[in-house]
Design a protein around this ligand. Structure first.
Ligand code: HEC
Ligand code: HEC
Ligand code: HEC
Ligand code: HEC
Ligand code: HEC
Ligand code: HEC
Ligand code: HEC
Ligand code: HEC
Ligand code: HEC
Length: 472
């Protein structure tokens, strides 16, 4: 091999390795450019951690008042003293022994109380007649009229009850007499509910016990035993559909299906013992105890004095009492399903207001839906839209708020929350448009860079061919 050819060969190899380096660099460059322009095009759409998650439906109101736990836990085993009532009745078998068995689950028995604490008599006497002697205070079977006092002799006695549970109320008997049940009992009606209709008698459970007949999820059935029994209620003029209607309501759905113990069952609206729950003056106004914002707005609205004058409950005209459903926008305005047209007719300012308020809500819904559709499209295409989604959530909250503000029944008040809501929806819409524009730009950029890369690769290929041709 002569030196000339050797030199030529070396320079040829040098140029070839330079060309290889150029190809590698080109390849890396094209990867980077594809990656940078396709950012967002290939990413899996939808998962943007920057977006606030929608309010968790499970995070609903906690139960307002937790059932009390007894402060004094008496050991039932400690009561080893003589109890001839239990001994003899257990031996009697059948019906006479049934109370003894049932008492195993009874809160009174668990707190160390026994037969004679309720029935009186002498639990140290072996002899039946002396043990169950009326002269020793024995009461075998109290009449319905006697029941409130029978239970109230302890439950109305603050001194006595404090020893067991200082937090337990002692007004059940007094309150009971303010209810229709109590009033009618005094008048001699034996069919109304007394203490034992709702709590039972042998086997009374703590109210916090999920098996207690007064536990929130069981109350409706307990009241329904009488109130849903057409035959039993025949002699009264009131309907017997409350249970059925309540079971079809949004409240029953929340309580029984979503296990939301803050949703009302019969006693939350009608009171446990009194005519209405504490802090509420009339059952008709009970809704505001939980739906405080709607109630507050309603009370400042033109409807408050008007409804008072007509003797109408605050919320009942529009929402009902037992069969309350999820409200819809159709309830507002002047359409078939609108509640407003029951009282307002064409030509009245209120009719006009109803129509305008509905249009405002509709416009807000429309803007929100359009923005949502656009942002979704951008998200599906893999664009980063967390800020737009944040705005959407905000607009959604504003819509929910606007539906609450309806209860001012004022166009001006509604305007104050609808305008910012629409602005927010529009902002989200703009962000969606920008995201889609950006997407277009990137698509074009990617196409252009692919063309450049393609041409460069061809050029390189030709160059390498040229170098490899001997004698070039
Ligand atoms: C030696 C057995 C014996 C003893 C002790 C006894 N009982 Fe009875 N008890 C009976 C029998 C038998 C009957 C059913 C016959 C009757 O009503 O007289 C009865 C009936 C009852 C009744 C139903 C009354 C009614 O009008 O239907 C009650 C309540 C009762 N007992 C509570 C008690 C209490 C409380 C004690 C303890 C202070 C007690 N018993 C002690 C045997 C006993
Ligand atoms: C919390 C109070 C309370 C306690 C404790 C209690 N009873 Fe009663 N018992 C009643 C009431 C109230 C009635 C009346 C039920 C009715 O009117 O139907 C009753 C009725 C009865 C009856 C009549 C039959 C029946 O079952 O209706 C018998 C028997 C009886 N009790 C026995 C007992 C025995 C035995 C014990 C103790 C193991 C006991 N009771 C403990 C409140 C109590
Ligand atoms: C119409 C049904 C009904 C009647 C009648 C009734 N209760 Fe109640 N009671 C309830 C309900 C419901 C609760 C509450 C459960 C809860 O807090 O979730 C309750 C709760 C209680 C409690 C727990 C403390 C409290 O006040 O919340 C006691 C004690 C009580 N009742 C005793 C009585 C006595 C005594 C009578 C008779 C004077 C009576 N009840 C009559 C339904 C009734
Ligand atoms: C001898 C007194 C006495 C009599 C009579 C009595 N109770 Fe009680 N009761 C108590 C005591 C004590 C407790 C336990 C309170 C605690 O520790 O929480 C109690 C608890 C209860 C509870 C559960 C309260 C809770 O904390 O959840 C109910 C419900 C109840 N009684 C209903 C009745 C009814 C209905 C009657 C009548 C048939 C009755 N009681 C008769 C003393 C009595
Ligand atoms: C033992 C049967 C019985 C049970 C259990 C019962 N009630 Fe009643 N209730 C009646 C009777 C009977 C009346 C009287 C109806 C009348 O006077 O028109 C009545 C009246 C009423 C009224 C008044 C109706 C009116 O006239 O405006 C209300 C409210 C009511 N009950 C609610 C309840 C609730 C809530 C429960 C359960 C916590 C309940 N009741 C459990 C029998 C019962
Ligand atoms: C959300 C609150 C609420 C709940 C829950 C509720 N009620 Fe009512 N209930 C009312 C109101 C409000 C009225 C009407 C009072 C008025 O017009 O003054 C009423 C009326 C009644 C009446 C009188 C007769 C009638 O139908 O108008 C009865 C009886 C009654 N309710 C029983 C029940 C029973 C039983 C339950 C449970 C199955 C129940 N309620 C659940 C709020 C409620
Ligand atoms: C004890 C508290 C309480 C009382 C009293 C009460 N509610 Fe409710 N209400 C709730 C809860 C909890 C929900 C369920 C919230 C949910 O799941 O969206 C609810 C749901 C509703 C809804 C449906 C809201 C929606 O967005 O779908 C309406 C309407 C309603 N209640 C109206 C009433 C009216 C009218 C009354 C009086 C007759 C009343 N409520 C009494 C607690 C209460
Ligand atoms: C004059 C009729 C009317 C009265 C009175 C009324 N509402 Fe409403 N309410 C409506 C209408 C209409 C909607 C539906 C809003 C929508 O979805 O566009 C609504 C919606 C609701 C909602 C669900 C939406 C929300 O979050 O606000 C609740 C809860 C509610 N009302 C509770 C009440 C309570 C509590 C009262 C009594 C203080 C009451 N309403 C009085 C007409 C009324
Ligand atoms: C139960 C009958 C009733 C229903 C249902 C009702 N209103 Fe009214 N409303 C009245 C009465 C009565 C007045 C006071 C007298 C008046 O101005 O017409 C009033 C007043 C008004 C006013 C004030 C009018 C003014 O001149 O200042 C507005 C606004 C209004 N209502 C809107 C509505 C809307 C919106 C609905 C439906 C969501 C509705 N109302 C449902 C009875 C009703």
């Amino acid at each position: 091999m002569n030196t000339n050819r050797l030199q030529h060969y070396r320079s040829w190899r040098g140029r070839r390795s330079q060309a290889k380096l150029a190809v590698i660099l080109m390849f890396v460059f094209s990867l980077i450019s594809i990656w940078s322009f396709s950012d967002g095009l290939t990413a899996s759409g939808g998962s943007d951690p920057g977006v606030l998650s929608p309010t968790d439906p499970a995070l609903v109101l906690a139960r307002p008042s937790e059932p009390m736990t007894p402060a004094v836990e008496k050991q039932s085993g400690e009561k080893a003293k003589k109890d001839t009532c239990v001994q003899c009745h257990r031996e009697m078998g059948d019906e006479l022994a049934a109370p003894v068995t049932a008492m195993q689950h009874d809160i009174h028995y668990q707190r160390g109380l026994s037969c004679a604490d309720c029935h009186g008599g002498d639990p140290t006497e072996e002899d039946m007649d002396r043990a169950m002697d009326p002269r020793r205070g024995f009461v075998g079977r109290p009449t319905p009229q006697d029941i409130p006092r029978f239970c109230g002799k302890c439950h109305s006695n603050a001194e006595f009850m404090k020893k067991y549970n200082p937090r337990l109320r002692v007004d059940q008997e007094a309150e009971y007499y303010t209810s229709i049940h109590g009033k009618r009992l005094v008048q001699g009606d034996r069919k109304v509910a007394t203490c034992i209709s709702c709590h039972g008698y042998h086997g009374i459970r703590a109210v916090s016990d999920p098996q207690a007949p007064v536990y929130p999820t069981n109350v409706a059935r307990t009241c329904g035993r009488c109130h849903a029994n057409a035959g039993y209620m025949r002699s009264y003029s009131i309907p017997h559909d409350q249970l059925e209607k309540w079971q079809a309501s949004v409240h029953a759905e929340a309580l029984l299906k979503k296990n939301d113990l803050s949703a009302p069952t019969c006693n939350d609206c009608h009171g446990n013992h009194g005519a209405v729950p504490p802090g509420v003056t009339s059952v008709a106004n009970v809704c505001g105890a939980c739906h405080t914002r709607q109630a507050e707005l309603f009370r400042k609205s033109p409807h408050k004095p008007a409804f008072d004058e007509m003797g109408l409950g605050e919320c009942l005209v529009c929402h009902g009492n037992h069969e309350i459903h999820h409200p819809s926008d159709e309830m507002l305005g002047v359409g078939d399903q609108a509640t407003c047209v029951a009282c307002h007719s064409e030509g009245e300012p209120a009719y006009q207001a109803a129509q305008t308020m509905r249009q405002m809500i509709d416009q807000m819904v429309r803007e929100l839906n359009q923005a949502e559709a656009l942002v979704d499209r951008a998200a599906r295409a893999g664009m980063e839209v967390s800020r737009a989604k944040f705005e959407l959530n905000d607009a959604h909250d504003k819509l929910i708020n606007a539906r609450v503000v309806i209860h001012t029944f004022s166009v001006d008040e509604l305007q104050k929350v609808v305008t910012p809501g629409i602005d927010t929806a529009k902002k989200a819409h703009r962000m969606g448009v920008e995201a889609l524009n950006e997407l277009q730009f990137r698509r074009k950029g990617l196409a252009a860079s692919l063309v450049v890369i393609f041409l460069a690769v061809i050029g390189l290929y030709l160059k390498i061919r040229q170098i490899e041709r001997p004698g070039a």
